[in-house]
Ligand binder design. Structure first.
Ligand SMILES: [Fe+2]
Ligand SMILES: [Fe+2]
Length: 199
C-alpha cells in the first residue's frame, strides 16, 4: 500500500491566512476521529506546535493558531481511511480553501511515506514532533507516575530499545531532528513538560 501523494504543491496561494475556527477544527476532529487515543495524539502534537510557535518562534496569535491547526489535523484521516492517509485530509482542506502552508505541513509530516519533503519551519517541526511525541507518551503510560520525574535519559533509553513502541520510526525521528537543526536532547526536553499537561 503506497501513501505517496505524487505531488508537492497543495492548496492555493490566494488562500494564505485562511484557517478553520477552533470550533470548526474540533468538529472535524470529532466527526472524523472516533479513536480516543488517536485524538489525544493529535491534541498533543497540536499543543507542541502551539508552544513552539509561541515560545521559540515568537509568532503572533494568528500564526500560532496556524501551527496548532496543522498539528491538530495532521492525522485526521488515519482512523477511518488509513489507506488514504494524508490524501483525504489534504483534499478536504483544499476544498475548504485553507492556507496552503498548513496543507503543506500536513502533507510533509512523514516524507518517507508521502514523498513530500518538509520545507518551512512549520513543516519541519510537525515532522519532528510527530513520532517522538508518540514514543514519549507510550513511555509515560508504562511509568508508575506518568510524566512526573521523566527525564531525557529515560526517553533515550526507550528510543534505543527497538521493541519498545516498535511502530514509532526511529529513522523518522533522527531524520527530522537533522532537518529541523535541533538536537534530540533539546527536542525531548521541550516535549516532556508541554505534553504532560495534555489529557
Ligand atoms: Fe500520520
Ligand atoms: Fe501523527
Amino acid at each position: 500500500m503506497s501513501l505517496m501523494l505524487g505531488r508537492d504543491v497543495f492548496g492555493n496561494e490566494a488562500n494564505k491566512g485562511n484557517v478553520l475556527s477552533k470550533e470548526e477544527a474540533h468538529n472535524l476532529l470529532n466527526d472524523w476521529v472516533k479513536n480516543s487515543r488517536l485524538q489525544l495524539h493529535m491534541k498533543q502534537v497540536a499543543a507542541l506546535m502551539h508552544a513552539w510557535a509561541k515560545e521559540k518562534e515568537n509568532l503572533n496569535d494568528a500564526d500560532v493558531w496556524r501551527w496548532e491547526l496543522a498539528g491538530l489535523l495532521h492525522d485526521a484521516d488515519w482512523d477511518q481511511w488509513p489507506e488514504a492517509h494524508c490524501k483525504k485530509i489534504i483534499e478536504e482542506l483544499e476544498r475548504r480553501n485553507i492556507d496552503p502552508e498548513i496543507i503543506h505541513a500536513i502533507a510533509s509530516h512523514g516524507h518517507l511515506h508521502f514523498g513530500v519533503v518538509p520545507q518551512t519551519k512549520m513543516d519541519k517541526m510537525l515532522y519532528a514532533f510527530d513520532e517522538l511525541s508518540g514514543l514519549i507518551h507510550a513511555y509515560s503510560l508504562m511509568r508508575p507516575n506518568g510524566y512526573e520525574g521523566m527525564d531525557i535519559k529515560g526517553v533515550k533509553k526507550r528510543l534505543k530499545e527497538k521493541s519498545f513502541a516498535a511502530n514509532v520510526s526511529r529513522e523518522d525521528i533522527n531524520d527530522a531532528c537533522e532537518r529541523a537543526g535541533i538536537a534530540l536532547d533539546d527536542l525531548i526536553a521541550f516535549i516532556i513538560p508541554v505534553q504532560s499537561k495534555i489529557e
